[in-house]
Ligand binder design. Structure first.
Ligand code: 3PG
Ligand code: CO
Length: 568
């Protein structure tokens, strides 16, 4: 019979205050000029790492058996449920693994399976949108790249083919250019690939074309309600067929819009494609079907609400067509949003957060808006809200909106740290969990100088939290969800910067394949705690059991094994 009750850990005490710090986009790589973490002044993170090196190299004999504080864990590819070892980590799968303690086949993989087996076409979601194929248009809206974080171009191409073979006669694709999970400028090539497939469909009698577009950070893909204007720009272009820029083709659009000074794929302004008479080719009308192609939830939930909700007051939709709408996945299981979807999401259940709350661990979680859902929604297995509001408090610090974060690279790190400090010192919570966004959010801008400032700011925030833990005799766990700021340049197979056609280095705005550090310590940690030697391939999913141990509990038997042991 199932029970939420966790067994007592045989050696580790309960009731210690534990700070769980996730540095977003903080991987480990050798020091060099493109490693913003090594370039930045980060004395606190350095000290967490050097304790080990000092103890074991200089004083190894004297300190034999002293607690190891620092190691690396895997944060990409199969370790976090992604299809291949070439898939970089990301915050969704990283926080899912950290919080759930098990490795789930993630959206990218589930969609691959569903397309390869053809099961996607047998599902309720596809059959629902298919009812529009006779009289209406099929609209596909999503991120156009092979980044594999939110969506994948090859999945779009398969779906286009599959839908047209199953009766879709008129198809419009609404693209969002990337440049964040892939190199800036790669949008042009992705549009060419898509155009090529669309022209093949046209040869086969399907009226298929790109209808609108815009950069992902400026059009449609906002998250956690940071800025509804972003979603409105998408609605206007996709649904109403209205945008400040009009072009005859998407290739022309992307090429022209990229010519503006400072222009980049992430922030291209919205555009619509028009016919010879200047009329938009693909607004959305009554009777049409709409599919949002992204499998990842955070940046599609807001658009999904605009498409699905009758009552909606976030912006004026002007015209609300009666459509059949489906997501590639269901984006929020708690809200059942959207109600129709092509592929069932991973069923992440019995997360560590839910267990701990059932076992008396009072929890505080905090980040700023752009990462708030990471330490709550993703951490809790893509679930919104509290498990038990009496036991939990989640605090969101409003992010700056309407700027790129290289302009303010310190972001809200200090405010997050102060909230965490206050929560620790209040002694009202046994777990105080934060996400510090700087190294990731600024890393994604590709601005190296600003990213160095960002890493320093995150390090200062860690200090504030660790100082509070020191005061209350607590324990800290400092880790990260995936790499980003530790490598800001595209590299060739040898690991040297890869040059483009003009001989220039290419700035890497995306995440990386690097492992991330985990450091455990604090005055509340029993001296006998050390890393086990038999989990060399440990990954983010091993952290949940580790944290449960540090709260004084054994982890459930189906969790990935703990990273620590206690020697007497
Ligand atoms: C984003 O959505 O900003 C990027 O695609 C991925 O970043 P994250 O996984 O760190 O949120
Ligand atoms: Co990121």
């Amino acid at each position: 019979e199932f029970s939420w009750k966790l067994a007592d850990h045989p050696k580790l005490p309960k009731g210690k205050i534990l700070a769980m710090v996730v540095l977003d986009g903080w991987g480990e790589a050798h020091a060099n000029q493109y490693n913003c973490i090594s370039v930045a002044d980060t004395p606190i993170m350095d000290s967490l790492k050097n304790v080990l090196i000092l103890l074991f190299s200089v004083f190894s004999l004297m300190f034999a058996g002293a607690p190891e504080k620092w190691r690396l864990v895997r944060a990409h590819g199969k370790a976090v449920g992604l299809p291949t070892e070439d898939d970089m980590g990301n915050s969704e799968v990283g926080h899912n693994a950290l919080g759930a303690g098990r490795i789930y086949a993630q959206g990218a993989k589930l969609v691959d399976f569903a397309l390869a087996s053809g099961k996607i076409y047998d599902g309720e979601g596809f059959n629902y949108i298919k009812e529009s194929f006779e009289g209406g248009t099929l609209h596909l809206i999503g991120l156009l790249s092979d980044g594999g974080v939110h969506s994948r171009l090859d999945q779009l191409l398969l779906l286009l083919k599959g839908a047209s073979e199953r009766g879709a006669k008129r198809i419009r694709v609404h693209i969002l250019t990337d440049g964040r999970d892939v190199l800036d400028g790669s949008s042009v090539g992705f549009v060419e690939t898509l155009e090529n497939d669309l022209s093949k469909l046209r040869e086969n009698g399907v009226d298929a074309q790109i209808a609108s577009g815009g950069g992902r950070m400026y059009v449609t893909m906002d998250r956690y309600e940071n800025d509804w204007e972003v979603v409105k720009r998408g609605w206007d272009a996709q649904v109403l067929g209205e945008a400040p820029h009009k072009f005859k083709s998407a290739l022309e659009a992307v090429k022209k819009l990229r010519e503006a000074p400072q222009a980049n794929d992430q922030y291209l302004p919205p555009f619509v494609i028009v016919d010879d008479s200047g009329k938009a080719v693909g607004p959305i009308f009554d009777g049409d079907a709409v599919v949002t192609l992204n499998f990842r939830a955070d940046r599609m939930v807001m658009a999904a609400k605009a498409f699905e909700y009758e009552d909606f007051d976030k912006f004026n939709r002007v015209r609300v067509p009666k459509i059949r709408y489906a997501g590639m996945l269901q984006y929020d299981g708690e809200l059942k949003l959207p109600s129709q979807y092509l592929v069932s999401p991973p069923e992440i259940e019995r997360t560590s957060g839910e267990y701990l709350v059932h076992n008396g661990v009072r929890t505080f979680a905090c980040s700023e808006t752009v990462k708030f859902g990471h330490v709550t929604f993703f951490w809790n297995g893509n679930r919104s809200g509290y498990f038990n509001p009496e036991m939990e408090e989640y605090v969101e610090i409003p992010s700056d909106s309407g700027i790129t974060f290289n302009v303010k690279p310190k972001m809200k790190a200090l405010e997050i740290a102060e909230k965490a400090r206050d929560a620790i010192l209040s002694r009202k919570f046994e777990q105080v969990r934060v996400n510090l966004p700087n190294s990731d959010m600024v890393g994604h801008t590709g601005d190296i100088e600003a990213t160095v400032v960002a890493c320093k700011a995150a390090d200062e925030a860690v200090k504030i939290i660790l100082d509070a833990i020191e005061q209350v005799g607590g324990i800290y766990v400092v880790t990260a969800d995936h790499g980003n700021a530790e490598d800001m340049v595209k590299r060739n197979k040898k690991g040297d910067p890869a040059l483009d056609k003009s001989g220039n280095i290419q700035i890497l705005t995306s995440h990386t394949l690097e492992p991330v550090p985990i450091a455990i310590g604090g005055p509340g940690l029993l001296p006998g705690v050390r890393y086990r030697k038999d989990v060399p391939d440990g990954g983010l999913a091993n952290v949940a059991a580790t944290v449960m141990n540090l709260h004084g509990f054994e982890a459930p038997s189906d969790y990935e094994t703990t990273l620590i042991e206690v020697v007497d």
